[in-house]
Design a protein around this ligand. Structure first.
Ligand code: GAR
Length: 197
């Protein structure tokens, strides 16, 4: 069984969409894969409640309790690697995980670390993507699922979704429209990766 470990920091709606898709589309039978665990860097992350309800393993690693980024990432990798065997490498899914990862961490999971970003990359990497798209006068916005490489919000693109920017949009209304598309493309991108492995 291939294990998927999902990393969150907040509401976890993308994580929930992936868990639901894995159940509905029977990823266990189709791909020999299952969502095994959800890891958060915040104990208050709303997504942990859903993950527990689903019977998934949950882990909280508060980044503030580690001396530096390297120490946190090493502890994070130690937790994730409990779900890894050489025959069945773990797939690590960043779903609103609001931490910059060290190059060592990214290298350790090269080719099996995916992220979703709420913009049409390579435009608007980093934070405040929706406000920046509005400020730039973009007529379209969207989201991108990509393999993670050492450079922040870069890496081979697996899926994208496009939404219109409407005249009266605020960052919040645009974010909500983009998020509904994220819930479609993220499970699809992961299923695509699993079908190849
Ligand atoms: C999503 O919009 C995701 O794309 C974004 O955070 C939100 C998390 O929502 N991620 C980033 O901005 C990463 N740079 P969720 O917790 O409900 O899935």
């Amino acid at each position: 069984m291939k294990n998927i470990v999902i990393l969150i920091s907040g509401g976890g709606s993308n994580m929930a969409a992936i868990v639901r898709a894995s159940q509905k589309e029977d990823w266990s039978r189709r791909f020999g894969a299952r969502v095994a665990a959800v890891v958060s860097n915040k104990g208050t992350a709303g997504g942990l409640v859903f993950a527990k309800e689903q019977g998934l393993d949950t882990h909280v690693l508060d980044h503030k309790t580690y001396a530096d980024r390297e120490a946190f990432d090493a502890a994070l990798a130690a937790v994730i690697d409990r779900y890894h065997t050489p025959q069945e490498p773990v797939l690590v899914v960043l779903a609103g995980f609001m931490r910059i990862l060290t190059p060592d961490f990214v290298e350790h999971y090269a080719g099996r670390l995916v992220n979703i970003h709420p913009s049409l990359l390579p435009a608007f990497g980093g934070l405040h993507t929706h406000q920046r798209a509005l400020d730039a006068g973009c007529k379209f916005a969207g989201a991108t699922v990509h393999l993670v490489t050492a450079e922040l919000d870069h890496g081979p693109i697996l899926q994208q979704a496009v939404v219109p920017v409407l005249p009266d949009d605020t960052a919040a209304s645009l974010a909500a429209r983009v998020l509904t598309q994220e819930h479609q493309i993220y499970p699809r991108a992961i299923a695509g990766l699993l079908s190849k492995k």
